[in-house]
Ligand binder design. Structure first.
Ligand code: ADP
Ligand code: MG
Length: 233
């Protein structure tokens, strides 16, 4: 699904630069559920953004679903992003003036689907996250957990191969976090490949593998016995 070899990334600061990723090697197979951990500033989001084609590495190899990701035009990158990847963020990143179903339908617009197809598919995914009755509500009328479920529905709408989540439970209370994790686990049970950044041990232990970053390198990469979230909700 995903092969990364000796990935490097620096950010310029003034005359010098900050070396954030110092040679990352990472392979992820289809169906995995991986937590990326590390202290604040260790480069977790940088790595996830490169994997998500929102940012580019300085050097190294990144192959996604057999496709080398390198020197793509903005347009090509956008096409691949829409086709392969779904994103969930800590702050949900919903569009405030669009209601739930419009938020979910948005990525389908970029896939060139007709309005009716977009509406039907968006509703199907809202039903899947248990929010059919909230389709016409604006983000400000939804709880944090509901907003994240809308974001998950949006991420899944275009049926991506890989779901990327940057601290998806970071803005939620514990119980709501576990509800969201139960949902994400269910998606993984159905075969979706998931890569999630978190700094919470309990959330990481709900994945199947933990990759720890420190000082720009992977210091540990281990399989874990997945703790099921549904027992806590
Ligand atoms: P994490 O997600 O693990 O907290 P990040 O990947 O966001 O870490 O950031 C890693 C380091 O790179 C931090 O020191 C951060 O300040 C710096 N950084 C991140 N993005 C940029 C950027 N666009 N420009 C300059 N520095 C950045
Ligand atoms: Mg981060």
């Amino acid at each position: 699904m995903l092969k990364i070899h000796q990935l490097q990334k620096s950010y310029p600061i003034g005359d010098s630069s900050l070396h954030v990723l110092k040679g990352i090697d990472l392979n992820v197979e289809e169906g995995e559920m991986v937590a990326i951990m590390g202290s604040s500033g260790s480069g977790k989001s940088t790595l996830l953004n490169i994997i998500g084609m929102l940012d580019e590495a300085d050097s190294g190899e990144y192959i996604l679903d057999g496709l080398p990701i390198k020197d793509l035009t903005e347009k090509k990158a956008a096409v691949y992003r829409n086709k392969f990847l779904g994103f969930i963020f800590q702050s949900f990143n919903l569009i405030n003036y669009k209601n739930a179903i419009e938020n979910v339908a948005l990525p389908l617009y970029y896939q060139g689907l007709k309005r009716k197809e977009r509406q039907e598919l968006a509703m199907f995914h809202l039903e899947k996250v248990g929010l059919a009755n909230w389709a016409k509500h604006l983000p400000k009328e939804l709880s944090g957990g509901q907003k994240q479920r809308v974001a998950i529905a949006r991420a899944l709408a275009a049926n991506p191969k890989l779901l990327l989540a940057d601290e998806p439970t970071g803005a939620l209370d514990t119980k709501t976090s576990y509800e969201i994790m139960a949902f994400i686990q269910q998606l993984n049970d159905e075969g979706k490949t998931i890569l999630m950044v978190t700094h919470e041990e309990d959330i990481a232990n709900m994945c199947k593998r933990i990759v720890r970053l420190r000082d720009g390198v992977i210091m540990e990469d281990k399989k874990v016995n997945q703790v099921r979230a549904e027992q806590y909700v």
